[in-house]
Design a protein around this ligand. Structure first.
Ligand code: AHG
Ligand code: MN
Ligand code: MN
Length: 331
């Protein structure tokens, strides 16, 4: 029997994959892994403790924060602050970025942005949720406090991105720009083990994922594509299957493995869509491109967008290349 390869072993073995100092990257990843394992533990016992349900608070985007959102956010912040490799973070759950003020963190070369819990409306109903993260080199001088310009970088400048899916098993999937690899958490040893080396998204598929209840609000282009996917044409495997979990991480993870397209387009009431450029679209775009797929807003490749604000939203069409190109042909 072949031995298991843990995430830490893999990172050391593939040092050249990370264009910067690998020791720093492995420590940064280790902090992220620790936070993810703690979140995983709480997600798994969510039905047992008084952590279910909404808090009284709303986050900066006016959505009700779930208790686990807040918990996950705190875990990430404290793991990264204590780790010392990141000089600051920005998260979907915080109004502003957090610049770490201790001397060690100010020496940190990286910033991390994240969606601590994605799909949080699914927590109470035992459906898969996730965490999304993205790592950049800082722009400001080492030794200073992090500033807004450290965070407003385009997706092309990401040095690593990943997600954790808390599903029927827990997986961590990440890229440093040299392909995508997936690791499954073995709860008996508490380690993420390489289970999905060199993940590739099929160039075409037969799954489409969109909140089709909002159809009337979508553009003519998207509505025409939604007609196209339902037409009967065996040669192009239509009609496609509609699969929509409502957790971007879970929907994209499935589509990455099986081939498919995920869309959260612009609509009449939300001209920029719903999903956030920094915390959701850029990291998922980086992973999808590295797996051979594509991520587009309808007018520009997601990762080419120059961000203007931390919580900026952007329409997204992401997944199998041929499917994204097909929907774009209607624009
Ligand atoms: P979050 O829980 O981080 O706010 O993200 C939820 C997002 C995303 O995961 C999902 O694809 C989408 O919201 C679902 O939105 P709708 O309910 O509008 O379809
Ligand atoms: Mn989210
Ligand atoms: Mn979230």
């Amino acid at each position: 029997m072949q031995g298991v390869k843990t995430l830490s072993e893999f990172i050391i073995e593939r040092q050249e994959d990370f264009p910067f100092a690998s020791g720093e990257f492995s420590r940064l990843m280790n902090d992220i892994v620790i936070a993810s394992k703690i979140i995983n533990r709480e997600v798994n016992k969510a039905g047992l403790v008084e952590i279910l349900g909404a808090t009284e608070n709303e986050n900066v985007q006016g959505e009700t924060q779930q208790k686990l959102d807040v918990f996950a956010d705190e875990q990430f912040i404290s793991a990264l602050q204590n780790g010392g490799e990141a000089c600051g973070i920005a998260s979907e759950e915080n109004d502003d970025f957090v610049a770490f003020d201790n001397e060690r963190s100010k020496q940190g070369k990286y910033i991390v942005v994240f969606d601590p819990l994605d799909g949080s409306s699914n927590i109470d109903v035992n459906v898969s949720i996730g965490t999304i993260f993205s790592i950049y080199r800082r722009k400001t001088e080492i030794g200073q406090k992090a500033e807004l310009k450290d965070f407003l970088q385009s997706g092309r400048e990401q040095v690593a991105a990943g997600y954790v899916i808390y599903g029927s098993s827990t997986m961590l999937v990440y890229t440093t720009g040299n392909g995508v690899n997936g690791f499954t958490l073995d709860p008996s040893i508490g380690e993420f083990c390489l289970s999905h080396p060199n993940m590739k998204c099929p160039s075409n598929g037969k799954i489409y994922s969109i909140n089709e209840g909002k159809r009337a609000e979508f553009s003519n282009a998207v509505q025409s594509y939604l007609d196209y996917v339902k037409e009967d044409d065996k040669s192009t495997k239509r009609p496609y299957a509609c699969r929509y979990i409502g957790s971007m991480v879970a929907d994209l993870h499935r589509n990455l493995l099986k081939g498919g397209i995920f869309m959260y387009p612009e609509s009449k009431s939300a001209p920029n869509g719903k999903l956030r450029l920094l915390y959701e679209c850029n990291p998922m775009g980086f992973i999808m491109e590295q797996a051979g797929g594509k991520a587009h807003s309808g007018s520009i490749n997601i990762m080419d967008i120059e961000p203007e604000s931390l919580h900026q939203r952007v329409p997204i069409l992401i997944g199998s290349t041929e499917m994204v190109d097909k929907v774009l042909s209607y624009y």
